[in-house]
Design a protein around this ligand. Structure first.
Ligand code: PHE
Ligand code: NA
Length: 498
């Protein structure tokens, strides 16, 4: 309606919310493994290059669009040009897909915070996780067999999300990060300190940080670095456009971006230290090499960590700190993901925040519970994650930078906008990075991923399953995005204001 766009109270509220989005499961369970697999200590070189040449430039790019056009992705891209609204809806679709499965992982972590207190997994954490806890079916066809231990905590996650998003930008989104991020940092630093004192920790750190310089000539290592940076900074799929649309007119954009980028990366290194100290302990306790216990994602969190918790002195403390960190890190990211969908629907239809939140969060919650709280949820989660993160995020970012730089030729104006409000000025180097380097890197990543999945399929999954939830979902997002962009903007929408 007639109300003004919501705003963050100040630059710090925005920085905290943006850090809340960036710092997520990717830091805790993805970075340590990716660094280890790609040269260990030597990975820092491609990682920093990727941060400076692609991550931060793309972050500035998102900020410029969101702040200049003051809208959710569809509205910002619609204001950029009549023809580009669908790029915004594509980003919204990706956020919807990621949001519906992200909630499941937060629910697992919440349950495991509790399980840690009494080592509910007994002496076989793997069987416990897939069998006793998730009750994984041996078929792929989605079932409607709900798993209570997943369903109920997921429902709680969606209800909290409803309240936080309903409360709005200041009292909900900013407040959640203002509480959640300090709590997360304190818990995680405590975890790292405890982990560093575990026997075997030095071996773990040696395994992570011993540099293998020969990897620097391997293109796959560079791709891994760029992939980690894009995912980790939450850039290129609408989140940062949405958050920066809530900034006041005169806000130091680039200064804030540097802050967010370096905080996220520092936290990532800290996660590497904590996780590998714990893995070093696990290796020693079981008389094996660190290489034999290294794990990633679901396996690290729900199989390796329970083993560590059972064997380590102060195991319960480690468990509670670790899983509660996952919950907090995941939840502040989930907020940012769903806010993209909420703000897009709110902008286009012109509903009030509460109406929008009830409809959007309600529908997303139902889809999320139907797909991911059942005995077949984990396979669906696996495949949608793989496709949303590559085909979706990388593809949408590629289209956005090419369209803005080359088709609409608006990069100069984006740069002037950034420089008009910011402390750290960008210029020629920045333009070359966005218009030339980013498209090359993104196109290479996008195409090589498509070729790989087309040739080899994904995991051991049947092709009809990957075809439906992988390729089908990805292409459906693009078609739906185009259709939504053809629908008229409501009279009450904010499109023609400001
Ligand atoms: N940036 C988050 C992380 O590093 C992940 C994320 C992905 C957040 C998608 C929001 C959306 O874990
Ligand atoms: Na991150």
């Amino acid at each position: 309606g007639a109300t003004r766009r919501e705003q963050f109270a100040g630059r710090w509220a925005f920085i905290l919310a943006a850090v809340g989005s960036a710092v997520g499961l990717g830091n805790i369970w993805r970075f340590p493994y990716v660094a280890y697999e790609n040269g260990g200590g030597a990975f820092i070189v491609p990682y920093l290059v990727a941060l400076l040449t692609a991550g931060i430039p793309l972050l500035f790019f998102d900020y410029a669009i969101g702040h200049r056009f003051k809208g959710s992705p569809p509205m910002a891209f619609r204001r950029l040009s009549k023809w580009t609204e669908s790029i915004g809806w594509w980003q919204v679709g990706i956020c919807f897909v990621i949001g519906v499965y992200y909630a499941a992982i937060i629910a697992y972590a919440a349950m495991y915070t509790w399980f840690s207190t009494h080592e509910a997994w007994g002496d076989d954490p793997e069987t416990f996780f897939f069998g006793d806890y998730l009750q994984v079916a041996d078929t792929f066809a989605p079932s409607l067999q709900f798993v209570p231990g997943v369903f109920w905590p997921m429902l709680v996650v969606w209800l909290i999300l409803l309240v936080v998003l309903g409360a709005g930008v200041r009292k909900g989104i900013a407040m959640a990060s203002m509480i959640g991020i300090p709590v997360l940092f304190v818990m995680f630093i405590a975890l790292v300190v405890v982990a560093l004192f575990l026997p075997g920790a030095p071996e773990g750190l040696n395994a992570l940080f011993t540099p293998n310089w020969s990897v620097l000539t391997d293109p796959q290592v560079w791709i891994a670095a760029y992939g980690q940076i894009f995912f980790s900074l939450s850039v290129g799929f609408g989140i940062m456009i949405t958050y920066s649309s809530y900034l006041k007119r005169r806000t130091n954009l680039t200064g804030s971006g540097l802050m967010v980028g370096f905080t996220n990366s520092s936290f990532e290194i800290l996660c590497g230290i904590g996780v590998f100290s714990a893995l070093g302990f696990m290796a020693q306790a079981n008389g094996v090499e660190v290489a034999d216990v290294v794990a990633n994602g679901i396996g690290l969190a729900f199989v390796a960590f329970p083993t560590i918790i059972s064997q380590a002195p102060a195991g319960v403390l480690i468990g509670v700190l670790f899983f509660a960190s996952l919950v907090f890190a995941g939840f502040t990211s989930l907020i940012s993901i769903l806010e993209v969908v909420v703000s897009a629907v709110k902008d286009k239809i012109g509903w009030s925040r509460w109406t929008t939140v009830i409809v959007v969060v309600g529908l997303s919650g139902v889809v999320s519970l139907l797909l991911f709280s059942t005995t077949t949820g984990i396979n669906t989660l696996d495949v949608t994650d793989a496709f949303a993160n590559n085909f979706g995020i990388v593809g949408a970012a590629l289209v956005a930078v090419v369209v803005v730089s080359w088709i609409l030729r608006r990069l100069d104006r984006m740069v002037s906008h950034l420089n008009a409000v910011s402390s750290f000025r960008v210029g020629r180097v920045y333009k070359v990075l966005v218009a030339v380097i980013l498209p090359i890197v993104l196109a290479y990543m996008w195409i090589s991923d498509i070729v790989l999945k087309a040739q080899d399929g994904y995991g051991d999954m049947p092709s009809w399953f990957v075809g439906t939830f992988g390729w089908g979902m990805s292409i459906a997002l693009i078609i739906v995005a185009i259709l939504l962009s053809l629908l008229p903007w409501s009279e009450k929408s904010g499109l023609h204001r400001e």
